[in-house]
Design a protein around this ligand. Structure first.
Ligand SMILES: CC(C)(COP(=O)(O)OP(=O)(O)OC[C@H]1O[C@@H](n2cnc3c(N)ncnc32)[C@H](O)[C@@H]1OP(=O)(O)O)[C@@H](O)C(=O)NCCC(=O)NCCS
Length: 223
């Protein structure tokens, strides 16, 4: 093996580890110091690679979150500049102890994002978020990505409950969530105020027990 290549790949691995793990310290009520780390995974699915997003991806975020169809059911306005994309990266994408977001890579190109936010270690739950460039809708790509993320959440993060929420009018989103085995729990009325109106929110969840049953209908995944 070429020594320089070995050195370079070790450096890359170290860089990846440093940048894919965030540590947080907190004191418990009894005075114990708790270390928590978030690992940003690298996941391969039949058609996609799901990888952590870094500052180099801000131009993609600018293009992606600048589109009406991505923000139609979101409280956020379209991103209008690289500076706004950087702010979005810091606010929603960069990993923290309670969230991580992965880019969907298809044939070398970023085409969307998926991830967990609101990770609650005490109650072993998290919320999913997902968005895909419109030209890739209708091919089952986000279903593939979301199922892989849910598998990761239950298998590797020891979650017990994963939540998804959607505007009731966002029918593609609702079909995606239900296709991935989430169950509707209820309508949270006028939960959000944005774009000069109150918006209802539909709450869905999948429990670890539901997921075990769902996996039986995905025989290629059974261990
Ligand atoms: C929500 C969003 C990701 C869904 O995109 P999508 O393309 O409908 O979802 P998928 O990539 O999983 O594709 C599923 C569609 O492809 C079809 N499909 C084709 N091949 C498929 C396959 N192999 N497996 C599964 N579905 C397949 C499905 O029938 C489905 O179409 P349908 O809903 O009309 O029946 C997309 O609309 C989006 O990014 N919206 C903007 C952001 C947003 O609102 N996010 C909220 C998410 S909570």
């Amino acid at each position: 093996m070429h020594p320089r290549k070995t050195c370079s790949s070790n450096t890359t691995l170290l860089f990846h580890l440093i940048h894919s793990t965030r540590l947080a310290l907190s004191w418990t009520g009894t005075g114990e110091l708790v270390y928590k780390a978030i690992v940003v995974p690298l996941i391969q699915t039949p058609r996609l690679i799901l990888r952590g997003l870094g500052e180099d991806d801000i131009p993609f975020l600018f293009e992606h979150f600048g589109k009406n169809e991505i923000n139609e059911y979101s409280a956020d306005d379209n991103v209008k500049s690289l500076e706004e994309a950087k702010q979005l990266y810091v606010k929603y994408i960069a990993p923290t102890v309670n969230r991580f977001r992965l880019g969907l890579v298809l044939d070398g190109d970023l085409i969307g994002t998926v991830g967990f936010y609101g990770i609650d270690y005490e109650n072993e739950r998290a919320i999913v978020g997902a968005d895909l460039m419109k030209e890739y809708w209708g091919r089952g790509l986000m279903t593939e990505a979301l199922q892989a993320l849910v598998d990761y959440g239950f298998e590797q993060m020891n979650l017990n409950r994963i939540e998804a929420t959607s505007d009731p009018g966002n029918l593609r989103s609702i079909r995606l969530i239900e296709r991935c085995g989430f169950r509707k729990e209820g309508l949270l009325r006028q939960r959000f105020y944005y774009k000069a109106a109150f918006h209802d929110d539909v709450m869905f969840s999948i429990l670890k027990d539901d997921w075990r049953a769902t996996r039986k209908s995905r025989p290629h995944l059974q261990k």
